[in-house]
Write a protein that binds this ligand. Structure first.
Ligand SMILES: [Zn+2]
Length: 356
């Protein structure tokens, strides 16, 4: 029915949507409204004049065309008005809520892995007793990893099925425990400084064994080793020190017990259990109802280990212990799968209290 309408109004009808979209505020919109549907001089007003003058037989069609156009314009104007008003309101609300005196949002902070924090805690527990931290390389010689620790040639730990040897240097390997740090430290103090006042240190670090990864095994894991050498050191000193340290870690009511065990580098050797810190020794899933959990291995340093470093085992004696960090962390946090500690899933790390 466009043929009944003046060409300039047909043209205006086509350009209306673009003009509407170009209205950025209510003033512009009012001007557009005046031009299209205002009482006087608007396109709509002109069309109403046209309708009055139209021949009778055209009135019905023309009226319908005019109404359709007017309806399209009015609805367009109305919805654009709503858009402009909503934007204005949102801008106002934002301006009212913005407080320039507040500090900017802080990006998420990283944190130490729970295993590192546990190792740090152990170091802090022993520090007041005069223990410092000794570190050693993760690539070790066979001598430091096995021979210096009285581990015999036919010991299963030396088999290539248990240990990562370096293909190009068959006498080098990824250390299987933190104990080579004992050998290195004893050699150093004995040869460079003289042992004088004795030795006491902790050596936290990564160790490697040829294990398939599963919920309780990993080819890489962490240990903390402790060692003390002095005059007249016996089992009573080991027990007293461990009692102090484990109470500092697990609470003042913690009990410990020593069970005889065998490690080549100590004599006598023992496994050390603590009263279950999760159920106060009443019996739970973690302690399998026994009230005790195995926490570390320890013993008096084998005379051959001291001799290897050139230290007289008649004059000097000492103790050493080693504990698995993942195992302790899993027990304390009741985490059933050690892989969670390595995967860096932020949900897990947050649950461990490591992230803000
Ligand atoms: Zn328990």
């Amino acid at each position: 029915m466009d043929h009944l309408l003046p060409p300039d109004i047909v043209e205006a009808g086509h350009s209306f949507p673009a003009e509407l979209a170009a209205c950025g505020d209510l003033d512009a919109l009012l001007r557009l409204k005046g031009a299209y549907v205002g009482r006087e001089g608007s396109h709509a007003a002109r069309l109403m004049e046209l309708l009055k003058l139209a021949p009778k037989e055209q009135k019905r069609d023309l009226g319908a065309a005019i109404n359709a156009l007017k309806q399209q314009w009015e609805e367009g104007l109305k919805s654009r008005q709503f858009e402009i008003e909503t934007k204005k309101k949102n801008r106002k609300a934002l301006a009212a809520s913005w407080d320039p005196s507040l500090p900017p949002p802080v990006p998420a902070q990283g944190a130490l892995n729970p295993l590192n924090r546990l190792m740090d805690r152990l170091v802090e527990v022993f520090r007041p007793l005069g223990f410092h931290v000794e570190e050693g390389p993760e690539i070790e010689t066979e001598a430091h990893n096995f021979d210096g620790l009285n581990i015999p040639e036919d010991h299963p730990a030396k088999a290539s099925s248990d240990t990562f040897y370096l293909a190009a240097h068959p006498d080098l390997l990824l250390r299987t425990h933190t104990s080579p740090v004992q050998v290195r430290t004893l050699l150093r103090v004995a040869q460079d400084l003289g042992i004088r006042g004795g030795v006491r240190f902790l050596s936290p670090g990564r160790v490697y064994r040829k294990d398939e990864i599963d919920p309780t095994h990993s080819p890489m894991f962490h240990q903390v080793e402790g060692m003390l050498v002095g005059h007249g050191i016996g089992m009573q000193h080991l027990k007293g020190t461990l009692e102090y340290a484990l109470r500092a870690l697990f609470g003042p009511h913690t009990e410990i017990r020593l069970r005889p065990s065998y490690f080549p580098f100590v004599e006598p050797g023992c496994e050390v259990d603590v009263s279950c810190p999760l159920c106060a020794a009443r019996g739970c899933r973690v302690c399998k109802g026994s009230g005790w959990v195995e926490i570390l291995g320890a013993g008096l340093i084998h005379p051959k280990v001291l001799e290897y470093a050139g230290i007289d085992p008649v004059e000097w004696s000492g103790w050493a212990f080693g504990m698995g960090v993942e195992r302790m962390a899993m027990m304390l946090s009741q985490t059933p799968d050690l892989r969670l500690f390595f995967e860096n899933d932020q949900r897990f790390l947050k649950a461990m209290g490591g992230l803000d």
